[in-house]
Design a binder for this molecule. Sequence first.
Ligand SMILES: [Zn+2]
Length: 318
Amino acid sequence: MRKSILVLITLAFLPSFAGAQRLIDWDKVQVKTQKLDEYVYLLQFIGPEGPGANVGGNVGALISDDGIAIVDCGYALAAPKLEAALKAISGKPIKYLLNTHWHGDHTGANAYFGEGAVIIAHDNARKKMEKRGGLFPASPAMALAAITFSDRITLHMKGGDVLGVHFDHGHTDTDTIYFFPGARVVQTGDDFVNWSPPGFPAIEMDNDGSGGVDGQISADEYILAHAPADVKIIPGHGNLATRDDMVKMLAVLKDTRAAIQAGMAQGKSLDQLKQEKVFAKWDYLNESRHIQSDVYFERLYKTLSAKQNPAAGRNSAN
Ligand SMILES: [Zn+2]
């Protein structure tokens, strides 16, 4: 039983979403609604494992007189539950759906809501959803963004603005952080997750050379520099977070990057660094059921060596 839960949670983080969502007992999943401001809400899919292990990405909603804008929408099979939860807050139509990145645990219900809503996402998110191949068919046209952007986008609603800022080379190359400035809320997608216990950050999740650590560091630094002291942070997964939670994760990102770069400067391999127990101070993050140190440091070493030597940058594993 324990094992199947581990598989489920691990899969929930991968692009192999069609299989992952079938492992979830959707009858037992509930949508939890949390009011963060007069106009802004957090909606979470809470499974039998409880609030720390929510299934599917978090959803932010701006609900105002001129309609509803949601950021991310979870798995396809949870779409009716999300729709019902939004209806319980407001009878207004869902007019806009913004995506933080392309992964199916955040965009799975795009096709469902795309019937009535305008989908907005980064250029690369649309491209990756269009091309998805192999076991995972390309997304239907209804799921693809109608409006894309390369750097920033602002949506103006009567209840406030939603500002999207793209950061490259992070969780993926499709990531956008969304700010709700009027509500003092930021929604990060998987550039920041707040699992409990915390776990290693989800860098370079597509394992195709398009992600990395630098984008997550830039995103976190940008948020800390531009958001108010009492900002409410909606993470990609996990419960609502504070500035302190983000400061802690930013320190992990920067210190692990520095440790690898120092080793590389001395010509050391990843195995040598492991043997020298350079990463021992972060062992506590292995308590998490999500990304383990072996996976994290391998990705980190690989993306940082690709940066030093761009000719070797694109791996052939995928
Ligand atoms: Zn993701």
